[in-house]
Structure formats: structure tokens, C-alpha cells
Design a protein around this ligand. Structure first.
Ligand SMILES: C[S@@+](CC[C@H](N)C(=O)[O-])C[C@H]1O[C@@H](n2cnc3c(N)ncnc32)[C@H](O)[C@@H]1O
Length: 313
């Protein structure tokens, strides 16, 4: 166990902000384009409708770019839910303009060479014209539509009732979204941070329309908090609470099987799991007592993409 995470947790009690300044990824339009198109391509690949009407995203981070990419690909309404207000109007507008240019150029999806840390991986990074046909894009990228979306984005602080975009932050309970109003929910590198995965998956169930689908890329690694990729599983709960300190979110340390169990408990059918494995790091004996019983699969799973469909009550 390293002392550094504990010291950082204690530092968060000093009278300085414990909130991170940024989250990293969605500061770049190309990253947002890469993320949204991955989720959309995997929907189509799984035989599901890749053109949902209303999309909700958990934890957009530094900008609403991934959801803006969803809107530019033809989605009608986008709802972003976060616990920290990272996205600024200036950045959102700049990323929106860059995304318009990427779609207009039918740019290929940025691949693993450009974004080695971004999962899920795809079998092809060509522009997905099998999903986004010319006829479809003519409607989705019509100048009046782009103008309206940009105006909605600029007015996000005081949205009109007809706005295509909502940014709800912070959200604490499921009542922030109308029940059965989203066809698709996605997240990228977020569900390892949520404090209560059961509350979150139950909320997703409540928000989704019947047979609605959710797509989550989850990163089980220690996010650099420790030197080894699975070092966070070496801390007992009481020490991990100190390491969290006053930070608005941290790592819930739930392994893949914990997410799968919680998703099933929240009444979803798991459609597909794409795990990524990694060797090295702490061995079973070096883990805190509660993690020593991790399954052999959990022990080497560093991230996973999970696609699940809402089951009716
Ligand atoms: C690592 S960042 C990922 C940001 C973005 N999705 C990306 O791909 O770069 C994690 C994000 O999850 C958000 N987050 C943490 N707990 C959350 C929760 N319970 N609900 C929604 N978002 C949450 C954080 O505020 C942050 O924006």
C-alpha cells in the first residue's frame, strides 16, 4: 500500500477546493466523436436500433461533446447528468463547431493509435455510412437544424421548453428525468466513479423506455491513484474512505462481476460484455481482505464495455 493516496485524501480537508479542475477526455472534439460513434456502432453491430430518439449520458465531464455528437448523428434529444459542473458554454460551443466539421467531412472514427486508452475497440474505424447514410445525414446536418442545436447549446443556462439539450448537474435522485423517457443511456469512464451503482442502475431502469438499452464503458483500473493498475484493491474500506476525503467523487472499486450483478438486479438483460484483461499488478494475497475473494476473471479485468436492455417490470 502506498501512502500517497491517503495524503491526498487528507489534503482535501484543507480549505482549498477538493474538486478536480477537469476530467480529461471530452476537452477534445475528436475524442467525443470517437466515443459517441463507438457506442452507436456497437448498437448497430448488436442488431439494435442505432438511431434512438432521446439519449441520456451519465458523467459527460469537461464538455457535452459526446452527446452533441449524438445529436449531430440524428438523435432528437440529449440529457446530460453529472455531479460536477465541468462543462463550460465556451468549450461546448467550440466542440460543437468542430464536431459539425467532422460529420460534414464524414471523418473516420479516431482509432486506438490516436486514443490508445479509449475502449471499446471497433473492427473498423471507417466512417459508419452503413448507419449514417447520406439521406440520413442530409436531415441530421441540415443548416437550420445545426443552427437550432447551436442556439439550444448557447442557451443551456436558461433552456427553452423546446430545447434539445438538458444539462442536469448535480443530480442526486432519479426524479430529475421523466420515467420511461430515454431510449438509450450511455457513459464513458463514469460508472467506476458513481458512489452507489445500485441507485444508478435503478435510475437508468426508471428513465428508459420499455426495452430501452444502455451502453457503458467502465474502467476498473486505479486511475493513477496508485502506481500499479489494481493497487486500489489493496486498501481496506476505512483507509479508502480517508483516501477519498472530501472529493466529490472517487473510485467505487466495484469489479466487473459486481456491475453485472447490479445491472441484473436492476432488471436488465445483459446483451454483451466486452472485457479487456491485464496481467501484473498486485497478486491476490496482497489485496485487502474483501477483494481477496475476487473471481479469477475479475482479478485480471481492467475495463469492460457492457450493453444491456431494460426488462419490463
Ligand atoms: C473520468 S470522468 C469521464 C468524463 C467523460 N465521460 C469522458 O469520457 O472523458 C468521470 C465523470 O463522471 C462524473 N460522475 C461521477 N459520479 C457521477 C454520478 N453519480 N453520476 C453522473 N456522473 C458522475 C464526474 O463528475 C466526471 O464528469
Amino acid at each position: 500500500m502506498q501512502l500517497r493516496p491517503i495524503l491526498r485524501g487528507l489534503k482535501s480537508y484543507l480549505p482549498i477546493s477538493a474538486t478536480p479542475k477537469s476530467t480529461g477526455g471530452t476537452i477534445s472534439a475528436r475524442y467525443c466523436y470517437a466515443v459517441w460513434l463507438r457506442h452507436q456502432v456497437l448498437l448497430a453491430e448488436s442488431g439494435l436500433d442505432p438511431h434512438p430518439h432521446t439519449v441520456a449520458e451519465l458523467g459527460p465531464g469537461d464538455s457535452l461533446g459526446s452527446g452533441l455528437a449524438a445529436l449531430l448523428s440524428g438523435v432528437q434529444r440529449y440529457i446530460a447528468l453529472d455531479v460536477v459542473h465541468f462543462a463550460t458554454p465556451e468549450r461546448n460551443l467550440a466542440i460543437f463547431d468542430e464536431l459539425v466539421a467532422l460529420f460534414q467531412a464524414r471523418a473516420p472514427i479516431p482509432d486506438a493509435q490516436e486514443f490508445p486508452q479509449v475502449y471499446p475497440r471497433l473492427s473498423s474505424y471507417d466512417f459508419p455510412s452503413h448507419i449514417l447514410s447520406e439521406a440520413h445525414l442530409a436531415r441530421a446536418l441540415a443548416p437550420q437544424r445545426i443552427q437550432k442545436l447551436r442556439a439550444d447549446l448557447a442557451a443551456l443556462h436558461a433552456p427553452s421548453p423546446h430545447s434539445a439539450i438538458s444539462y442536469i448537474c448535480p443530480w442526486t435522485d432519479a426524479s430529475v428525468i421523466q420515467p420511461a423517457s430515454a431510449d438509450f443511456i450511455f457513459s464513458q469512464a463514469v460508472l467506476e466513479h458513481v458512489d452507489d451503482i445500485h441507485l444508478t442502475y435503478n435510475a437508468c431502469h426508471q428513465w428508459l423506455t420499455p426495452a430501452g438499452v444502455m451502453s457503458h464503458q467502465i474502467d476498473f483500473k486505479s486511475h493513477g491513484i496508485t502506481d500499479v493498475w489494481n493497487g486500489h484493491w489493496g486498501y481496506p474500506d476505512w483507509l479508502w474512505r480517508i483516501a477519498r476525503g472530501r472529493k466529490p467523487y472517487f473510485l467505487n472499486r466495484e469489479p466487473l462481476s459486481g456491475h453485472i450483478a447490479a445491472i441484473r438486479q436492476a432488471r436488465f438483460q445483459i446483451l454483451r460484455v466486452l472485457p479487456v484483461t491485464r496481467q501484473g499488478g498486485l497478486g491476490r494475497k496482497q489485496l485487502a481482505a474483501r477483494f481477496r475473494t475476487l473471481t479469477d476473471d475479475d482479478l485480471i479485468t481492467s475495463s469492460a464495455h457492457i450493453l444491456a436492455r431494460k426488462l419490463s417490470d
